[in-house]
Design a protein. Structure first.
Length: 167
């Protein structure tokens, strides 16, 4: 994986990193102005869904001086228009104390290298409108899709929709 000045490194997460990944997700929730209680993810969930028989996502970890300070959590999607797989970057986060050392950029470089190696047609992500990293994404070549609106259905709405099948 990529290294800069021997202090920074990005590597794929391992099963033993499950608790650290959960803590990073909790730190991300705080950064995004949410209570930690919104995070339902557990180390067991990470072990099952990242390293189990049917992996649902992958994680890259950014280390600074040997300490885990950031992560990128992503999974494959598919574009019918591109007729190619893509990568959806669900979370990208670097702890405040480690920002400014290029860890976020290193994580995205690795995501880009993986996407290229896997024949992906694009990388997608969502960014909160107040997030100052939007300029960072712009510099790297991401485009703000102002004409596309994100939609989401939560578990309650999914259950209600599924119930329509039973009616």
């Amino acid at each position: 994986m990529t290294a800069v000045a021997r202090r920074a490194r990005v590597r794929p997460a391992e099963t033993a990193d499950a608790a650290a990944i959960v803590q990073l997700v909790r730190d991300l929730a705080v950064y995004e102005r949410h209570p930690v209680s919104v995070v339902k993810l557990t180390a067991a969930d990470v072990r099952r869904d990242a390293f189990g028989a049917l992996p649902r996502f992958e994680v890259l970890l950014a280390e600074w001086d040997g300490e885990i300070e950031g992560f990128a959590l992503f999974f494959h999607n598919y574009s019918t228009w591109e007729a190619r797989p893509g990568l959806y970057l669900e979370d990208l986060f670097v702890r405040e104390a480690a920002r400014g050392h290029g860890l976020g950029r290193l994580l995205l470089i690795e995501i880009g290298a993986l996407a290229e190696a896997r024949g992906c047609g694009r990388i997608d992500l969502n960014v909160l409108d107040w997030n100052p990293t939007r300029a960072f994404y712009d510099r790297l070549g991401f485009k703000d899709l102002v004409d596309w609106r994100p939609y989401r259905m939560d578990r309650g709405a999914i259950a209600a929709l599924a119930a329509a099948r039973r009616s």
